[in-house]
Design a protein around this ligand. Structure first.
Ligand code: UGA
Ligand code: MN
Length: 276
């Protein structure tokens, strides 16, 4: 089966570094189709050139995240209107900013656009066999994780390293079945699994065209939001040696701090014409 890797990405200083690392990993993966969706109103030259030069099979899309004040985004941490603690899908009109925490989940519109593209593509494809993997552009992927996901029948799961305050977040397996999860962050999530910890049979998206991510759920519930269309805990297929091996890490690139050239006594040679 073809692996469809779906990666939202946005412009920032470390973007090219992150995408270079990821694309050069992907060059080693056979039968891989990279769907890259820029969070922007226009496709950028930087991403277009990087994709072209990679020799990967790819699809380049773009859609900008709408950041409205009265966005339906919500979080139990920030909502002033605590109706029910575990309610996953209420609309909270009264929310305040929460220092240091993201208000808006990333990648929702971008991944949904990619899923729309995928459905159109598969409808015309001769061979619809495939598996969908949602990939952050700054994670670290072992080639082994791609071997694992080719075994997926419906929904496969595996551990993710360095995420959710833990060394490893992982499904717990008893007699070859997922019996629970080792997760500390929001363990009440229907599927306490990071985006990097599962893959879904692509054909299932044709059977459930309504399956998509949503702005109406609290943070950390995007994974559960998409998984609910395809599986219950009992259906999950534990991979990576019964979920005992870590083949993907939720690494995050530190925001670089750059000196302001205007504030330097001896101004450096201008470098604006150089793509970094
Ligand atoms: C965690 C999860 O691993 C993500 O899959 C999830 O999308 C995210 O939280 C979330 O819900 O906000 P984290 O490392 O915190 O990941 O998020 P980022 O890596 O910053 O963003 C996830 C993806 O969205 C990345 O590929 C990133 O390039 C992209 N992104 C981020 C955008 O397209 N636009 C943005 O404004 C920010
Ligand atoms: Mn990330």
């Amino acid at each position: 089966p073809t692996i469809y890797g779906i990666t939202p990405t946005y412009s920032r200083l470390a973007q090219k570094a992150d995408l270079t690392r990821l694309s050069q990993t992907l060059m080693h993966v056979k039968n891989f189709h990279w769907v890259v969706i820029e969070d922007s109103t226009e496709k950028t030259k930087l991403v277009a050139n990087l994709l072209k030069e990679s020799n990967l099979k790819y699809t380049h899309l773009n859609i900008k995240t709408h950041r409205t004040k009265h966005s339906t985004v919500m979080d139990i941490n920030i909502c002033l209107f605590k109706t029910s603690l575990y309610n996953t899908s209420w609309y909270c009109p009264y929310w305040r900013t929460n220092k240091g925490k993201k208000l808006l989940a990333s990648g929702v519109e971008q991944r949904n656009l990619a899923l729309d593209w995928l459905k159109g593509y598969l409808q015309k494809a001769e061979d619809t066999r495939g598996v969908v993997y949602f990939m952050d552009d700054d994670n670290t992927y072992s080639l082994k994780v791609f071997d694992e996901m080719r075994k997926v029948k419906n929904v496969g799961v595996w551990p993710v390293g360095i995420v959710g305050g833990m060394r490893v977040e992982m499904p717990l397996v008893t007699d070859g079945k997922v019996s629970g999860y080792n997760a500390w962050w929001k363990p009440f999530r229907p599927f306490p699994i990071d985006m990097a910890g599962f893959a879904i049979n692509a054909t299932l998206f044709l059977e459930h065209p309504e399956a998509k991510f949503s702005r109406k759920v609290q943070s950390g519930f995007q994974e559960s939001e998409i998984l609910k269309y395809f599986a219950t805990k009992d259906d999950l297929e534990p991979l990576a040696d019964n979920c005992t091996k870590v083949y993907v890490w939720h690494t995050r690139t530190q925001k670089p701090s750059i000196l302001n050239p205007k504030k330097l006594k001896r101004p450096p040679v201008p470098d604006d014409h150089i793509e970094v």
